[in-house]
Ligand binder design. Structure first.
Ligand code: GDP
Length: 312
């Protein structure tokens, strides 16, 4: 990737895409091509074809996707499989025909089999049944990975796929219905402090363990892999360490400066006991996460306080 390469970041307003844009800009890549949803509907193949033929793109970061937590996945399974299949198929195919130099496709560690051993290794993909609640999303993402591999084999493209663990950062989804635990707790503790509430409710027992990677670290890893990795095999991106939800809640209480009580509501299911990826491959290639969880939380909380407004 040269500083003047034309780089398209699909999904540049999202948590991951916006972090990739920040990382590219910071490193002096100045020829970025960005289109909002209004300007370019990625579900429409004619618009996508036209865009690629017109724009002479060299590199693509495919971070556009329909994403959401368990409730959203459960309520809109058709939208999840359709939108993701359309977006990725249109881009992967148009990029090939427009002779794009290289493309990075973002998978997710939640598409590994439900009962795969932990920590999750890359070779566990497609070795067992999926978690039913997000199967439509997972099947679409797995199709995207297989499509990248197939285009490489048949057409000689350079498409790579990565598997990020749980990501947090600025521009996250702070909606209490559809968000993941980290942004949900940041908001809950913040609002409890503002409103002087005596306690914050944390779902489940607090025992499940999760791994959290800052979006800026993920973006850094994506740039690293775009520059240094070529291969059909997927690559996990994570920190290689996890934390109990209980300890995450304590850390967020500290970061937000809330002094009330934490109450665990064990009527809410815990979900998977543990989610951790094996990052041996990535560290072997020479990359490691650099942002500690407490520092990352402080940064996201500062950003949240400045930018967050409740949308009615
Ligand atoms: P998961 O990683 O796919 O299970 O998704 P989540 O990030 O939504 O949940 C992770 C864990 O955090 C689960 O055990 C939840 O029950 C727990 N949790 C605790 N409090 C909250 C909350 O306020 N919101 C969410 N989304 N999860 C919470």
């Amino acid at each position: 990737m040269e500083r003047h390469s034309r780089i398209y970041v699909a999904g540049h307003r999202g948590l991951v895409g916006s972090a990739i844009v920040r990382a590219l800009e910071k490193e002096g890549y100045h020829n970025l091509v960005l289109r909002s949803r209004k300007e370019l509907d990625l579900r429409d193949s004619r618009q996508v074809d036209h865009f690629f033929l017109d724009q002479e793109i060299d590199y693509v970061f495919l971070a556009a996707a329909k994403v959401g937590g368990i409730a959203a996945n459960n309520d809109q399974p058709a939208d999840f499989i359709r939108d993701n299949l359309l977006i990725q198929t249109n881009i992967i195919d148009a990029a090939y025909r427009a002779r794009v130099e290289k493309l990075l496709f973002l998978g997710s560690t939640c598409i590994y089999p439900k009962l795969a051993p932990q920590p999750l290794k890359e070779e566990y993909l497609l070795t067992g049944a999926l978690e039913p609640t997000n199967a439509p999303y997972a099947v679409a993402k797995i199709a995207g990975i297989t499509m990248c591999q197939s285009y490489n084999r048949q057409y000689g493209t350079k498409y790579i796929s990565v598997m990020p663990t749980n990501i947090y950062g600025p521009n996250d989804n702070f909606d209490l219905y559809s968000s993941h635990v980290l942004p949900a707790l940041l908001r809950k503790f913040h609002e409890a402090k503002e409103q002087g509430s005596p306690f914050v409710e944390v779902w489940g027992t607090g025992n499940p363990r999760r791994e959290f990677l800052h979006a800026d670290d993920l973006a850094d890893a994506c740039l690293f892999l775009m520059r240094h990795y070529e291969g059909d095999e997927i690559v996990n991106i994570g920190v290689g360490e996890d934390i109990a939800i209980k300890d995450l809640a304590l850390l967020i209480r500290k970061v937000t400066g809330y002094e009330g009580e934490i109450r665990f509501n064990d009527a809410v299911p815990d979900g998977t006991p543990r989610k951790l990826v094996d990052v041996t491959k990535l560290t072997g290639l020479g990359w490691r996460a650099g942002i500690g969880l407490e520092d990352g939380l402080r940064q996201v909380y500062a950003d949240f306080k400045q930018t967050f407004t409740v949308k009615n």
